[in-house]
Structure formats: structure tokens, C-alpha cells
Design a protein. Sequence first.
Length: 148
Amino acid sequence: MYLGFEATKHDILDEITMELRTRQTLKELSVSTVQSVRQLVGSLSGGQRQAIAVARAVMRDDKLVIMDEPTAALGVTQTAQVLELITTLASRDIAVLLISHNLTDVFQVADRIAVMYLGNLVSSGPKSNYDMSSAVDLITSGTTTRAA
């Protein structure tokens, strides 16, 4: 959680402060699946790793979190947890840029949608301008004839 911006006290790592702040941040984000804040990230599940990455962003007061296919390798429960975290970030006025081919996830959490085709932006606007079919048309052909 603190790699690169460790808390120190008199030039010594302040492990107590880091641990307490980590626990508090995870609690605020409703992350209850991480058993110990001292657990190695490599031993965590994919959903737990996503939660830790989000918690790091919150702790550093980041204003933008970019997530590239955050649910691609996750199961149903872990996917729901990650999408809930995205919603929590949005409620804290933290912008989330979600890059995903999973349109169900996108439509569940997005306010705005931008569609790219062959590396070019072909459409963007409020979620209400799109439905699944029009989004798929834009993703696969760069155009759509369907009305949202």
C-alpha cells in the first residue's frame, strides 16, 4: 500500500501508522475480503488485488483511477466487488476511466461511454445515448445504424 511513499517517524518506518491507515481505508471502501493488511499482495486473489490498487489511489488522494479490464480474470463475486468499488470511487468524486470489453460491466457503472474502433474514437457521450447493440456495432464496425 505504501510502496514509494512510506510513512516515517524520525527517519524510521512508521509501521503502526501505515497499518492503521490501511485498515481504515479498506474499511471505508467496504473491503472485507483482505484478512490481514500484512498479507503479501502476491497471495491475494484478483479481486483483492484490484481492491488494494483502488485503496492505494484513495490513500494518495488521486483524482483519477484508470482501470484496464479490471474484471477480465475474475469470478462473479469478485467482479461485483470491483464494480462496487468503482461506484464507491465515483461517490467520492474520484473519476474512474474503465477500459473494458465487458459491456455489462460498463453499462452497470458508467456515466459516459467512449467507443474506439481500430484505435480511433468513433463515438462518445452519455450512457443514455447507447444500448448494448449500438455499442457492439460501434466496437466491431465503427458505425451503427441502430437508434439507442
